[in-house]
Write a protein that binds this ligand. Sequence first.
Ligand code: HEM
Length: 377
Amino acid sequence: MRDIATQGIFVADSLFDNLPTSAVICHNSTGVLPISPEPEWVRWGLVAEGQRLWTNYFGTSFTALLMCLMSGFNIARFGEVLYHNGYAKDAETARVRYSATAFAVADWLRFPLDDVNGRSRQTINKVRAMHTFARRRSRRLFQPEEGVALSQYDMAEVLLAFSGICLQAMKEDFNTHISGAELEPMVHMWRLIGYHLGIQDRFNVCASVERMNSCLQEFNTFCEQRAATARPYTNKLRSMALEGFGTFTGIGSVLLGSMTFDLNYKTDVLQNKSLGERPKIRGLTRASSAGLKRASSVASLVLSSKIGGDVLKQVIYSASDIRNDDRPKFTRYQKSLVLLSEGLDYYVWSPPSSVPFLTMAGFCGIFVGTMLFRHVL
Ligand code: HEM
């Protein structure tokens, strides 16, 4: 990771950086953007297997990624760019923008990655263009000696979050054991996505499982120092993300905050008073209460279970399809109704999964309800 930091911090994306701004912001129109040639190291069978495995661990990996994001706001080079690009404007904006990221990642797991004109690859190229535009907008954020925004180093670090750090959280916080044989395709898939997002081979932390693990080890060693680079906007980014997701999903920002902080990544920044304004989440101080802790453990368990993960996957897929739909725009209420009906359609009317889902939902409802009644209210 150190070699990536010293050299990568000054390197951006040579293929996209010379494009006129008009091409970069028209990222919806096909044919305008260049495409990197397929790398000679790619093994398409391994990539498809990686997609299948990540999809299999959908609930656990997306919950772990949310934890990584909350923790990642600590990193000044990342948080500064997000903040400057409007991610902490308000809760609704935060929800819309992080959901868009989730939809894009879901596309990458779902649609073939070897089809240049397919939805996966189109989305990857669109994101590469978005990053290029964000880099241009962030030109004045760093001093010359601090390198460029969204440099190869920053991209490598976030790629590590999507792969190694996520896998680590899945193992440590959700007890998800991934075998050595599964790791190779899962890492290879991210290697290819990183490549098409503009990460050069010498900076690609997913070049192999060994490379990813050694970068992860180094990342962990410096994790606390990274947390020390957190700035006041770290709290703001975090509050808006929790409020946006917590309100929209109905989980509530307090429970969501408790879920993401009571696990491995703890309350590091929330307890750092030198950062000034703390997240304005009603009752966050109660996040340490025993009842809420237990409720958050149950919620994490549900999300990381196969059935919980399937529900989450279905919701994200449906929302992503609605977003990609060319028909006239749905209103928010129509969207909620469509999601609800699609969820019911999928779970209630598809016989293999309806019985366990309804049983599990019933038990969880009774359990969470009793606990909330006894400990929180
Ligand atoms: C492999 C690494 C990365 C992946 C997989 C990734 C993923 C994404 C995705 C899927 C989007 C699109 C969201 C949408 O459709 O609205 C996005 C946008 C964005 N990303 Fe990344 N990202 C990575 C690295 C980074 C880094 C290192 C930074 C900042 C230091 C960053 C900052 C941003 C910003 C500011 C946008 C919004 C751009 C805009 O609204 O025009 N990303 N990213």
